[in-house]
Design a binder for this molecule. Structure first.
Ligand SMILES: [Zn+2]
Length: 273
């Protein structure tokens, strides 16, 4: 599943491909993915122009003239491409948005957990459906003090709190594992047991790791590809995620794995306390 760095990478590429392009025709080949796709046909998008592409958590928003946006979430297997019309439609490509200049924005999703919707949205704001999302991990609002305040009354594992989109949006399983390893914190520790300096360390490491993954173009996972078909390189930098049973890169102890909030959580029993 694309996480925040992948969404950021896809968003930057999409922005270059879409900004300034006029929508000439919309085609929907499947009635629904996570939600109905047919409203895209009746929205009267033709004749409007894409302004810019932005990210909020793991959502992308393509702003369109007329105070609307195309809201995207890639679910487990969503892929967007901007290509010429010469390439035949692939089996799981559900939507084509034809653009001035001849290219087509194509949305593919094999497992149909993705989302593609039109929403009212001012270019400086966000659509109402995203109002529940917590702070952006790369924004100035995500501070050690903020995290400490959110954690101190919660007797649930810190891993679950960092995965809670209403606290901080979009860090995701891979980067939470890497962040807690870099911070030396056991993912099972209850939020209320964290000290202020530990919360500061978590915030600093999360930013550093997400930023460096964005610079690498994200992490390669089986069903994720960039908008131009290339793959992310951050997978080479993973220290702990997906490495159960392997030696810790710092101390050599065998990496352990537990399930928290329904997701696997790898950690080093020696380095993370
Ligand atoms: Zn270790």
């Amino acid at each position: 599943m694309p996480e925040l760095p992948e969404a950021e990478t896809i968003g930057r590429a999409l922005d270059q491909a879409l900004a300034g392009k006029k929508i000439t025709k919309v085609e929907v080949f499947t009635p629904a993915m996570r939600t109905a796709l047919t409203p895209l046909l009746s929205a009267g998008l033709e004749g409007n122009t894409f302004l810019k592409v932005r990210r909020r958590g793991r959502y992308l928003l393509a702003d369109i003239t007329g105070n609307r946006c195309l809201l995207m979430h890639f679910g487990m297997s969503g892929v967007v491409r901007v290509e010429t019309g010469d390439i035949p439609r692939r089996k799981h490509e559900h939507v084509f948005i034809h653009l001035s200049g001849g290219n087509i924005f194509r949305f593919e999703c094999t497992r149909r957990f993705s989302l593609l919707e039109v929403h009212e949205c001012h270019p400086e704001g966000f659509p109402a459906v995203l109002a529940h999302l917590g702070v952006e991990p790369l924004s100035g609002d995500f501070t050690g003090e903020y995290l400490f305040e959110k954690c101190r009354k919660r007797n649930v594992p810190v891993k679950n709190l960092l995965m809670d989109n209403q606290i901080v949006t979009g860090i995701g399983n891979i980067y939470v594992a890497e962040t807690l390893f870099a911070s030396g914190i056991d993912p099972r520790r209850p939020g209320c047991g964290l000290r202020a300096d530990e919360c500061r360390s978590i915030v600093e490491n999360a930013r550093k790791i997400l930023q460096s993954s964005i610079e690498c173009g994200g992490t390669t996972i089986s069903d994720f590809r960039h908008v131009d078909g290339s793959e992310g390189k951050f997978v080479l930098n993973l220290q702990i995620y997906g490495k159960a049973g392997m030696p810790c890169p710092v101390c050599g102890t065998v990496i352990d794995c537990v399930r928290l909030g329904g997701r696997s959580s790898c950690f080093c029993p020696e380095c993370q306390k």
